[in-house]
Write a protein that binds this ligand. Structure first.
Ligand code: NAD
Ligand code: UDX
Length: 481
């Protein structure tokens, strides 16, 4: 029986390994992590991450050929293939490349541990998103300590998106495997191909050299984020001119050369992947003396920051230029629907902007806890992608913030509502009931374009929806930048 071990039991390691276990009954899969609470949760009924369809997959395999454990060394030692799916956040505070480069501390310590505990040859698979040429560095760590043991390193970046992880894994657009172009390298690539071939059609399993695989992952995230920043940039122009961004993006999407995906204007993209991977790309360009190329990609992030600021400014300027002591309901805090993940969610920046103007916030998200929200609002930028158990617990809480478990409670007596995550349940709220229980004039600021603007205006709301024609009230308010 082939044995697989995956280091890192989070959004990537957990679902990916669960699907491998489901699709490959002849393979034994162990997912390991240094976090005891996280592994305990994987072994319980309340999994540590919310992901539609994940429970069913885990339930089917756990205890048969899928195991979750904190005994990292034992499972690494026994494995034929070791996936490394640890966090690779943006380097914080100080040092070379701080604020841009990927922090490979977690990766390096995992590699050193693999080298130390291994007693047999292994294939080591880079699943985390890493800078180009990381494999080379990891290879040096492994071979330097190898005691005659042979390691083959492969790059196998993951393209799943949160909220749709299981369907993305069941039916991937492609699986990418990069390896050394040597007989041993080819053999290792084939071994990993054999795993995926249990359910992925062969023409969707692409093989490349190591650096192409690493760079392709950064390129995909940069291209996707670029589309969002492009449509968000258009949304600002739509508001200024009276065009409707939904109509514009629909017309654009009908061009078969462009296509329909990733053209929804929003309050900004979140999750650490886009920002951190683009910053990483920028840093690699700068290190290679490609300053113009670095500048080009930086703009994608700048527009994202602009969009979040623009939204918060719009809220304040619409409400007589002050939200001081006004209750604002925040509907949705996660970075997108169907996940509880809040890393780099635009909600953090919008809430901080409103808190800066002394608003009182009442926050409701169906999947995010009070502790998480308080932690996010007190945490420093770039600390998001460090595992919770490695983060200092902030002794302070933001007193102007309350978190509730119901949208009606959040909006009661509020002056305004900000919709920051596109949860389906927000589309079906009884807005008449909400309006009746709010202060007047009552405002809705839709950062995800999910409400029916005309219907809400008919009820009496003053409505702002990203990139949509402004109503008379908003037009009269000072322009926002
Ligand atoms: P995460 O940050 O949520 O979790 C990483 C886990 O690794 C933590 O549970 C941590 O405790 C564990 N860990 C760190 N060092 C360890 C060690 N030495 N031994 C054992 N466990 C260790 O990670 P994630 O969101 O699953 O992302 C993992 C990687 O995959 C990142 O490089 C990310 O960029 C990439 N990625 C993420 C996504 C996504 O949607 N989350 C998608 C594609 C790629
Ligand atoms: C992303 C990539 O899509 C995935 O391939 C990679 O493996 C990890 O990073 P993820 O961040 O989980 O996945 O979600 P995604 O669906 O890409 O959304 C990212 C952000 O962009 C979210 O905040 C989302 O709301 C926003 N978004 C997405 C838009 O604002 N508009 C869109 O049209 C699409």
């Amino acid at each position: 029986m082939v044995k697989i071990c995956c280091i890192g039991a989070s959004y990537v390691g957990g679902p990916t390994m669960a699907v491998i276990a489901l699709k490959c009954p002849s393979i034994e899969v162990a997912v390991v992590d240094i976090s005891v609470p996280r592994i305990n949760a994987w072994n319980s009924y309340q999994l540590p991450i919310y992901e539609p369809g994940l429970d069913a997959v885990v339930k089917q395999c756990r205890g048969k050929n899928l195991f979750f454990s904190t005994d990292v060394e034992k499972h690494v030692r026994e494995a034929d293939i070791v996936f490394v799916s640890v966090n690779t956040p943006t380097k914080t505070t100080r040092g070379l490349g701080a604020g841009k480069a990927a922090d490979l501390t977690y990766w390096e310590s995992a590699a050193r541990m693999i080298a130390d505990v291994s007693k047999s040859d292994k294939i080591v698979v880079e699943k985390s998103t890493v800078p180009v040429k990381t494999t080379e560095a990891i290879e040096k760590i492994l071979t330097h300590n190898s005691k005659g043991i042979k390691f083959q390193i492969l790059s196998n970046p993951e393209f799943l998106a949160e909220g749709t992880a299981i369907q993305d894994l069941f039916n991937p657009d492609r699986v990418l495997i990069g390896g050394r172009e040597t007989p041993e390298g080819n053999k290792a690539v084939q071994a990993l191909k054999d795993v995926y071939a249990h359910w992925v059609p062969e023409d969707r399993i692409l093989t490349t050299n190591l650096w192409s695989a690493e760079l392709s992952k950064l390129a995909v995230n940069a291209f996707l984020a670029q589309r969002i920043s492009s449509v968000n940039a258009m949304s600002a122009l739509c508001e200024a001119t009276g065009a409707d961004v939904t109509q514009v993006s629909y017309a654009v999407s009908k061009d078969t050369r462009i296509g329909p995906k990733f053209l929804n204007a929003s309050v900004g993209f979140g999750r650490s992947c886009f920002q951190k991977d683009i910053l990483n790309l920028v840093y690699i360009c700068e290190c290679n003396g490609l300053l113009e190329v670095a500048e080009y990609w930086k703009q994608v992030i700048k527009i994202n920051e602009y969009q979040k600021n623009r939204f918060a400014n719009r809220v304040v300027s619409s409400m007589f230029n002050t939200v001081s002591n006004k209750k604002i309901a925040i509907l949705g805090f996660a970075f997108k629907k169907d996940t509880g993940d809040t890393r780099e969610t635009p909600a953090i920046d919008v809430c901080k902007g409103l808190l800066g103007d002394k608003a009182r916030l009442s926050i409701f998200d169906p999947q995010v806890t009070v502790d998480q929200i308080q932690r996010d609002l007190t945490m420093k930028k770039f600390d998001w992608d460090h595992p919770l158990h490695l983060q200092p617990i902030s002794p302070t809480t933001v007193k102007q913030v309350t978190c509730v478990w119901d949208a009606y409670e959040a909006t009661k007596d509020a002056h305004g509502i900000c919709i920051l995550t596109e949860w389906d349940e927000f589309k079906n709220l009884d807005f008449k009931r909400i309006y009746d229980n709010m202060q007047k004039p009552a405002f809705v600021f839709d950062g995800r374009n999910i409400v029916n603007v005309d219907q809400l205006r008919e009820i009496g709301f003053i409505v702002y929806s990203i990139g949509k024609p402004l109503d008379a009230w908003l037009k009269d308010m000072p322009a926002v930048a």
